[in-house]
Write a protein that binds this ligand. Sequence first.
Ligand code: CA
Length: 225
Amino acid sequence: MKVLIVEDEARLASLIKRALTEEGHTVEVAGTGEDAISVLTSISLDIVILDVMLPGMNGLDVCRRVRKLKYSVPILLLTAKSSIEDRVEGLDAGADDYLLKPFALAELMARLRALTRRPATVPNAHLEVLNIHLDPIGMYVWKDNEPIALTRKEFGILEYLMKNAGRVVTRDMIANHVWDYDFLNTTNVIDVHIRTLRKKLGDAQPGTLIMTVRGVGYRMPKTIS
Ligand code: CA
């Protein structure tokens, strides 16, 4: 892969460069947004790792500029800002994903793999339904900006409900998707997970975020009526 790292902190840039080079990738480094644009417009790249905090033109400006120029190269933002608005701003600017600083190199590599696996035309995988945000790659969930800690199964169920927002999903569908096999008369397991999920999301029984469709399954509404 041909990777562009846009980062003004030379030490961090060379750390990432070394890790990528060791995995056999070709790496370019730009220290400013202006340099990044000139590299981007002169050579073909597979992915851009873009720091938000840059002197002069910042990462978000670079991102908007690149998209305005109709380049569809995947962009991974590096950001020290943690509020949901900042992350959403980055995604709105045209980034495909973001990673909070400080990060583990292993997570950076995992996200690069995930981003380059997906076709560039597919929108970012970040899900938003009602006041719930979900990041499928980092496995993070927030409600009203507050992080929510979920188990793997709860996360899988919530992700599935969010992807299918507005549609009814049956217990069988959840079982097949989240557990990868059919349950034999053990739908109670799903109901228990739904109950803990509702509790963690502050959703009352019988649920306005996760609604029970009697005799069928569950539905997450796209809007609260
Ligand atoms: Ca920086």
